[in-house]
Ligand binder design. Structure first.
Ligand code: PEP
Length: 250
């Protein structure tokens, strides 16, 4: 059985007291037995948020980024050993905002993934096409290329550390959501690619999340799609009531 996941991505939002309040609310929410909740926190909050949740079942903290190097003169960056030392073992990699604003290429993402895999992290790997590509109807090739260039060098054993998040860029923070059918179509395509590269066991075991304006009002329908195993949620993960409703939508 694939893991169902509700992951929040707080991006560059919240102050420490706000982050603590939000995490406490999620911690006290009854998380359904088969759902794993992951909160993607800004770096300064990771230690405290992880301390808050470390004894809570099915609630984990993720970093939103990690440098590909082990350590050194990379001012402002965060290393895998820093994350491990504060108890964090999930990292979001390849979010479209990192790709676009910080020029993170498929090649760099591959290096980050290698560093994190070697150090035992679980990775939420984001992929997804911009509007221009969707309009040209070449989104499948675009996403396949992202997978091939950053992910498909891994062994099937290493793939156990990977969660894929399909996030069409035109649906992120825009209020536009891929329809459940559009999401299912891409998720099924990704699963087929996993199947041809790694075989049935890996393709059936890999969770594929949908991201792009997930809200309480659309989560149920999206999560009911056969190949949609949950969501990576931006805006709505900042509002405790909304995020709790999304957690309950499975
Ligand atoms: C995201 O940040 O990954 C995201 C999907 O944002 P939103 O839910 O706000 O569209």
């Amino acid at each position: 059985m694939r893991q169902k996941i509700a992951a929040g991505n707080w991006k560059m939002n919240l102050t420490l007291p706000e982050a603590r309040q939000l995490t406490q609310e999620i911690k006290h929410h009854k998380i359904p037995k088969d759902v794993n909740v992951i909160l993607g926190c800004p770096s300064p909050f990771l230690y405290m948020m992880n301390s808050l949740v470390e004894k809570t079942d099915r609630l984990n903290i993720a970093a939103q980024n990690c440098n590909n190097n082990d350590s050194g003169a990379y001012t402002g960056e965060v290393s895998h050993s820093m994350l491990s030392s504060v108890g964090v073992n999930y990292v979001i990699i390849g979010h479209s905002e990192r790709r676009e604003y910080f020029n993170e290429s498929n090649k760099l993402l591959k290096e980050k993934i290698n560093t994190l895999i070697a150090n035992g992290f679980k990775i939420i790997f984001c992929c997804g096409e911009p509007l221009k590509i969707r309009k040209a109807k070449t989104q499948s090739n675009y996403v396949l290329n992202q997978l091939q260039q950053s992910l498909f060098h891994l062994t099937s054993d290493e793939m156990k550390q990977i969660i894929i998040a399909y996030e069409p860029i035109w649906a992120i923070g825009t209020g536009l959501t891929a329809s459940p059918a559009q999401a299912q179509q891409m998720h099924s395509f990704i699963r087929k690619q996993l199947n041809s590269k790694y075989g049935k066991a890996t393709s059936e075991a890999t969770s594929i999340l949908y991201g792009g304006s997930v809200k309480p009002g659309n989560a149920k329908e999206l999560f009911s799609m056969k190949d949609v195993d949950g969501g990576l949620v931006g805006g709505a993960s900042l509002k405790p009531e909304m995020f709790k409703n999304i957690i309950n939508a499975f």
